[in-house]
Design a protein around this ligand. Structure first.
Ligand SMILES: [Mg+2]
Length: 230
């Protein structure tokens, strides 16, 4: 029989998003100020604000939008250095890997699932460079929605994961924090959904994940139960 598949959302499921994002932007600001002292006054808040403006006005990948936002921040200070925005994007992406704090319950849960023979994968709407983290080696597939032609809760990223893994929906559990993207999206694709509720939010009315956990602790037993292995 095909091994069961367990797919994971990334942001807010394996780590907290805001500290990773703010930490990586702060590191980028520091690095660029060392290169161009006139940029010492740039703040993380400003980067968020300008990125928000760019997102409202432009279309593009997350990386393209970030590049444009850095370009605008530099232009506002009269810094004319065409290569610098790209350098900032590269610095920021590398800093994301340094800034991420993977929750302590993640590695043990992945160990346990692997030991029980499950195929593991990741499906994210974001652009975190997972391939630069050691835990990526455990993942049989990694789907970034912007390469799948659509984002969760739509079917596209799940369909791409299915193509990459050969998984059948009946032998597949998806794990994530977002009711909309992860629970409803996975269920609409015919998967079982485990809602990771790290902040103890109330379950919205009318939503029925197959299971709910406050962390990944105990996930392997839940997956066994959902896929009929225990
Ligand atoms: Mg998430």
């Amino acid at each position: 029989m095909m091994p069961g598949v367990v797919s994971f959302d990334l942001d807010e499921t394996l780590w907290d998003f805001a500290p990773m994002m703010d930490g990586s932007l702060a590191a980028t600001v520091e690095a660029v100020a060392r290169r161009r002292p006139e940029l010492a006054g740039v703040t993380v808040e400003e980067l968020h604000r300008v990125r928000g403006e760019v997102g409202a006005e432009c279309e593009g990948t997350y990386e393209a939008l970030r590049l444009e936002s850095f370009r605008r921040v530099l232009a506002a200070r009269g810094v004319d250095d065409p290569a610098l925005p790209r350098w900032m994007v590269d610095t920021w992406m590398a800093a994301r890997v340094d800034s991420v704090a993977v929750h302590a319950d993640v590695e043990p849960a992945l160990d346990e699932l692997e030991a029980r023979g499950y195929l593991l994968g990741a499906i994210t709407n974001g652009n975190f460079p997972l391939d630069r983290l050691p835990l990526a080696r455990r993942m049989a597939f990694v789907v970034h929605a912007e390469h799948a032609g659509g984002a969760k809760p739509g079917a596209e990223p799940f369909a791409m994961a299915m193509g990459l893994s050969g998984a059948h929906p009946s032998r597949w559990v998806h794990v994530g924090d977002s009711i909309e993207s992860d629970v409803l999206g996975a269920q609409a694709f015919g998967l079982r959904a485990v809602w990771i509720n790290r902040r103890g939010e109330p379950l919205p009315e009318g939503v029925t994940p197959e299971a709910e956990l406050p962390s990944l602790q105990g996930l392997a037993d839940v997956v066994d139960r959902l896929l009929g292995a225990a």
